[in-house]
Structures are given as structure tokens and as C-alpha cells.
Design a protein. Structure first.
Length: 84
């Protein structure tokens, strides 16, 4: 998977990986890139806040921040409804 993000007036393609682990009682999804990490210019958008609100409405949690090896990580955990 590739994500494109604005870098000034040009777009930069960054490879990203997506890992999902499904099983009771929750589903986990993680997206990690190898970019420069979170912005430090103080500009805040609405994308991550909107994601956090939607995940919370479904009873889940969302963690976002710098990755341990650089880049940026988005991790969600959502409850899985009982299918029986």
C-alpha cells in the first residue's frame, strides 16, 4: 500500500504497511509509514480527530503518534460483536 501526503506543493509517495489481527473480543488495525513523523509546525487538521471520534462512537480506541523507528503510526482497536 502506498500513501500520498502533501510535502509543500508536491506529493510524496511513502510506502506504508497495514496489519490487521482479528479475533475476540476486538479487532486491531495498524498503519505505519516511514516518513518524517508528526508535523512540528503546530498546524492541526481534522482527519485524525475525525477518525478518533468515529472509532470512539463504535466503542473503540485510536492511538496515533511517532513510530519507534521513525515515521507515523495509526493503531485502532474496535470491539467485535458476538456473531452467535
Amino acid at each position: 500500500m502506498f500513501c500520498a501526503r502533501p510535502a509543500g506543493s508536491e506529493l510524496t509517495r511513502l510506502p506504508a504497511s497495514l496489519t490487521t489481527i482479528d479475533g475476540p473480543p476486538s479487532s486491531h488495525g495498524r498503519v505505519r509509514d516511514n516518513g518524517p513523523g508528526p508535523a512540528t509546525d503546530g498546524v492541526v487538521g481534522h482527519g485524525l480527530a475525525g477518525m478518533r471520534e468515529r472509532v470512539a462512537m463504535a466503542g473503540g480506541t485510536l492511538w496515533t503518534g511517532p513510530g519507534s523507528l521513525g515515521g507515523f503510526v495509526v493503531h485502532e482497536e474496535l470491539p467485535v460483536a458476538d456473531a452467535w
